[in-house]
Design a protein around this ligand. Structure first.
Ligand code: NAD
Length: 273
């Protein structure tokens, strides 16, 4: 059977675990070859191995997305290995939870450099490549039917409003919504789609740490912070990594060719309440 992403090459950052890993597996199941990019090389190798066991092509790529030189070498390696790059999913991210009055410059830089700078320059490096790999005539003509590339960024419900205990994280995720719109405008003449998603609460290693840190600040028992978020979620359950991967796969597929610059809440209705 023909799959939606047959013959496509996808780079997924943060694919060593959690949501990024689920996205990488889902894109592979939909027919894509996948570059599994993560700063945690062992986890990236493991994800790539799981994808290859599905009979899809994958290779793991060690990258720290906060470093521009490493981003460029990731893109060069992906192109050398597989040729054309069709999809980029920026799932790599870090969170930091603590009181505003205690925030340090080091904490700020780590979160902003990974989430905001990393996402922005991955979009730039891959967007540039997507333009350069287009046949000259298509580049000159610009808009054709279909898409010349799909880029999906991970924002967060924490990017929709301020968070007293996640100043840098919320700022980075709010800015990713802006970068998504700017990139969508910049790349629209080349028919490259750029969209973003805002997950709600998805139990991963990241949320486990948030729960511990929020618990420490507010004197809550383990799991209580997460339960409070879930209670506020209209659908009254946490999201799964597969819930996120399904929406990302849609945004990487021809089914979303007429969408760009959009940020979708994938949050079980959390932001509505
Ligand atoms: P996670 O911590 O489980 O996974 C994040 C991955 O990113 C890890 O594999 C980590 O090694 C990688 N990474 C971190 N820094 C990196 C760097 N500098 N270079 C390359 N890779 C790096 O987190 P997750 O919950 O799977 O989150 C995935 C994305 O979804 C993140 O951008 C996160 O902010 C966003 N998000 C998650 C939730 C949630 O509830 N889990 C909610 C909203 C948004």
């Amino acid at each position: 059977m023909q799959e939606r992403l047959d013959g496509k090459l996808a780079i997924v950052t943060g694919a060593g675990q959690g949501i990024g890993k689920a996205v990488a597996l889902r894109l592979a199941r939909e027919g894509a070859d996948v570059v599994v990019a993560d700063v945690n090389t062992q986890n990236a190798d493991q994800t790539a191995e799981e994808i290859r066991s599905l009979d899809a092509r994958a290779f793991s790529c060690s990258v720290d997305v906060s470093r521009l030189s490493e981003i460029q070498s990731m893109v060069d390696r992906a192109a050398a290995q597989f040729g054309q790059i069709d999809i980029l999913v920026n799932a790599a991210g870090v969170a930091q939870t603590g009181l505003f009055v205690d925030l340090t410059e080091r904490q700020w830089d780590r979160v902003i450099d990974t989430n905001l700078k990393g996402t922005t320059f991955c979009v730039q490096a891959v967007g540039r490549r997507m333009i350069n790999q287009m046949p000259e005539q298509a580049r000159a003509e610009g808009r054709a039917n279909g898409s010349n590339g799909k880029i999906v960024n991970f924002s967060s419900i924490s990017g929709r409003r301020g968070r007293a205990e996640q100043v840098a994280y919320a700022a980075s995720k709010a800015a990713i919504i802006s970068v998504t719109q700017s990139a969508a405008l910049a790349f629209a003449p080349y028919n490259i789609n750029v969209n973003a998603v805002c997950p709600g609460v998805v139990p991963t290693a990241m949320w486990e740490k948030i729960d511990r840190d929020r618990g420490r600040i507010a004197g809550l028992a383990a799991g209580q912070s997460m339960r409070m978020f879930i209670e506020r979620t209209a659908l009254k359950r946490p999201g799964t990594v597969e819930d996120m991967a399904g929406v990302v796969a849609f945004l990487c597929s021809p089914d979303s060719d007429y969408m760009t610059g959009q940020t979708l809440n994938v949050d079980g209705g959390f932001e509505m309440t």
